[in-house]
Design a protein around this ligand. Structure first.
Ligand SMILES: Nc1ncnc2c1ncn2[C@@H]1O[C@H](COP(=O)(O)OP(=O)(O)O)[C@@H](O)[C@H]1O
Ligand SMILES: CC(=O)N[C@@H](CCC(=O)OP(=O)(O)O)C(=O)O
Length: 310
């Protein structure tokens, strides 16, 4: 027999807000159970160890909550660091890294050998969930050479690829087996080359191929700023036509990110969200609470979507 200690009743009262927080998640659990969510974890959001660990907790939480998370990771700053150590120059055109064969070796080494391994390790602290792969594996991503366009002129940016085909079978098999795929944005070319793919573009293409419910992009800003860098007003929600009109005004890494969101939603993904990955547990806040944060892209005919409940 166990007698309740004095004050138990009072403790029960303090427990109620916790129960209410949990129950707040119920509509979203009902809505997203069994659905695939592609999460892009940007290199700029991986700023410290506690944030990476919290990200891993959130992803495993999604898995236990009955969603099917798939992680596509970036690593731009990590690639820059390694290139710097090797004394190699690097530049970006239209938000894409100009990629020589020598640069490509470093990109592949850092993404598949360092960043991906670290995320797999953090996720697997919670159980045998994460399996790392690159787009090269099982023909998951096939690319052709991509050119940048500057002032209307086509510019050669080396081994940067455009995804032309996704074979989602290997990723679906992992999901079916209860695993969490962690994918590096590198693709095989049919011409014998290996291509560097912007991780936002890769996440978007994969979300479409998997028929995902949601694409979530974690980055190092609060969302899409309406008038960056002059103001920090964040656009909380916008339709695809509005986004298409904004695209020419976007700079640097935000361009492939928002192009990816536009492509995903136009191709059937329910919503695409850009969140501040520097905020701990932003992923859980966005998916399971009323407090929609960041920017959400919705289909044009669906302007009634509020908060996280799509
Ligand atoms: N309209 C905008 N709103 C927000 N950020 C913008 C905008 N235009 C350009 N940016 C820049 O895009 C960056 C995010 O892209 P990027 O550096 O590639 O991040 P990640 O590594 O997460 O992919 C922001 O830090 C900001 O400097
Ligand atoms: C073609 C291209 O630019 N590829 C990117 C791939 C990594 C990436 O996209 O990382 P973030 O998401 O952290 O920016 C690069 O080489 O930096």
């Amino acid at each position: 027999m166990k007698i309740a200690p004095k004050g138990e009743q009072a403790r029960n009262n303090t427990a109620l807000p916790k129960a209410l927080t949990l129950i707040e998640a119920l509509p979203w659990l009902e809505r997203f159970h069994g659905k695939t969510v592609v999460i892009k974890f940007g290199g700029n959001a991986m700023v410290d160890e506690s944030l990476k660990a919290a990200f891993a907790q959130d992803v495993v939480f999604l898995r236990y909550a009955g969603l099917h998370p798939v992680v596509v990771h970036g690593g731009g700053p990590q690639i820059n660091t390694q290139l710097g150590k090797l004394g190699l120059e690097s530049s970006f055109t239209n938000g894409l890294r100009v990629t020589t064969p020598e640069t490509m070796d470093v990109v592949r080494m850092v993404l598949a050998g360092q960043v991906q391994r670290e995320l797999v390790g953090l996720l697997n602290e919670h159980g045998p969930f994460a399996v790392g792969m690159t787009g090269e594996d099982a023909h998951t991503m096939t690319a052709v050479k991509r050119y940048a366009v500057v002032d209307g002129e086509q510019v050669d940016i080396g081994l940067v690829g455009d995804i032309v085909n996704i074979e989602a079978g290997a990723v679906k098999a992992l999901i079916g087996d209860g695993r969490i795929p962690v994918i590096s944005s590198i693709a095989r070319g049919t011409d014998g080359h290996v291509y560097n793919i912007n991780a936002d573009t890769a996440a978007s293409a994969l979300a479409v191929a998997l028929g995902a419910e949601m694409l979530v992009v974690l980055t190092d800003v609060e969302g899409l700023y309406a008038d960056w860098p002059n103001s920090d007003d964040v656009i909380s929600q916008l339709g695809t036509t509005e986004l298409e009109e904004l695209l020419p005004t976007l700079a640097s890494g935000m361009l492939p990110k928002m192009e990816g969101c536009l492509n995903a939603v136009r191709s059937g993904v329910g919503t695409a969200r850009v969140l501040d990955g520097r905020v701990q547990h932003s992923l859980l806040l966005e998916i399971f609470t009323d407090e929609g944060i960041g920017t959400m892209v919705v289909p044009d005919d669906d302007t009634t979507v509020l908060g996280g409940l799509a």
